[in-house]
Design a protein around this ligand. Structure first.
Ligand code: SF4
Ligand code: SF4
Length: 357
């Protein structure tokens, strides 16, 4: 049979089929089916690569979409399988043209439109605020994520309150994570490199997904997720976050790509603990089901992933749930609103600003 170069052979060959990844995988937990596990999906990829299954095979279509892309499987793999890269290569092949979910096609088109750039300029004006102290010697640029700049402009404003030395350069585009996760990894890489060229110095991001993608393409040393940056810059909060005169109870929901892709887990927890009573939520590192476009492409599965997390949040008697990614923020706000929960979901930047940053 003819081998078609869909995957990087070295990456595909690395899996030793040990199955250590199965208990870490949320879609395997939902179904108990081997084909919905990381190992099963790698078997499917190998079948696609060798032509044993063809492009229109329904199991290939289903599993390339059912996977959350959370990369929890990577953290437990003894063979160092880079599952996230394999998934990108799979979708590059599988999700061409009309096979790409239409919501992903629309979003990818939207983030390339001039209207969004106009919106970005508007947000930038809000984010910049009044005149600030002189810029430091080494430039630090705040990246305005596509989703965040539109839906949560208060996040970038809060960053400027916390760290006035951070500049917000004009003319930012998309970092390309959306493209890379939806079958256009070449476009995603190009957008990341272009953005890296437009933002001088250290790039600070408030979105875990963007941080991992950008770091992969412009270099880990240039990209700092907000909690990393604040920690390294010696940020000290001015006060505490209180509710009814007592310290607030607050938990973190990890960003999958920040945790599983970049290994950043402690800085956001330590920052929350500096201003509030930190509560470690059971399953804080598990995917919330937002997963980029997943919540829109597969809403029922997304909710099935989210529900146990909402149960854990409600059982923890929290005042705040803190997130480090706009997709998680939206997913958890919507989920808790549906349950009429009193827990407030906020981004880390806004939470720290509540402490008088
Ligand atoms: S992906 Fe890693 S953990 Fe999973 S079966 Fe392959 S080698 Fe084992
Ligand atoms: S990325 Fe997440 S959902 Fe996909 S196979 Fe790995 S653990 Fe499972």
């Amino acid at each position: 049979m003819t081998e078609r170069p869909i995957f990087d052979k070295d990456l595909l060959d690395r899996c030793i089929s040990c199955g250590f990844c199965l208990p870490a995988c949320p879609t395997y937990a939902m179904t108990g089916k081997e084909t919905s596990s990381p190992r099963g999906r790698i078997t499917l990829m190998r079948a696609l690569e060798t032509g044993r299954l063809d492009d229109d095979d329904p199991t290939l279509a289903e599993e390339s979409s059912f996977c959350l892309g959370c990369r929890a499987c990577e953290t437990v793999c003894p063979a160092g399988v880079q599952y996230g890269s394999l998934l990108e290569q799979w979708r590059d092949h599988q999700w061409q043209g009309r096979r790409r979910p239409w919501i992903a096609r629309v979003l990818m088109a939207v983030v390339s439109r001039p209207a969004l750039l106009r919106l970005q300029r508007l947000v930038r004006r809000h984010a910049s605020g009044p005149a600030r102290a002189a810029a430091p010697e080494a430039p630090v640029s705040l990246m305005l994520g596509c989703v965040e700049r539109g839906l949560y402009p208060g996040v970038s404003r809060a960053v400027r309150r916390l760290r006035p030395e951070v500049s917000v350069p004009a003319g930012q585009g998309c970092c390309g994570a959306l493209h890379a996760h939806n079958g256009d990894s070449e476009g995603g890489a190009r957008l990341a490199r272009e953005l890296g060229g437009r933002l001088p110095g250290t790039i600070v991001t408030t979105a875990g997904g963007c941080a991992a993608h950008l770091a992969h393409h412009v270099g880990r040393d240039r990209v700092k997720e907000l909690s990393e940056y604040l920690t390294e810059a010696g940020y000290e909060p001015a006060g505490q976050v209180t509710v009814d005169g007592r310290r607030a109870r607050a938990a973190l929901q990890d960003s999958c790509h920040l945790r599983n892709g970049l290994g950043v887990t402690r800085p956001p927890r330590e920052l929350i603990a500096a201003v509030a009573d930190y509560v470690e939520l059971p399953g804080a590192g598990d995917c919330c089901g937002a997963a980029g476009t997943y919540a829109m492409v597969r809403p029922a599965d997304s909710r099935a992933v989210l529900d146990p997390k909402l149960d854990a949040i409600e059982a923890a008697d929290l005042d705040y749930l803190v997130t480090v990614n706009p997709g998680c923020l939206r997913q958890l706000q919507q989920g808790l609103r549906r349950r009429r929960s009193r827990v407030k979901v906020v981004h880390l930047a806004e939470f720290l600003a509540l402490a008088g940053g």
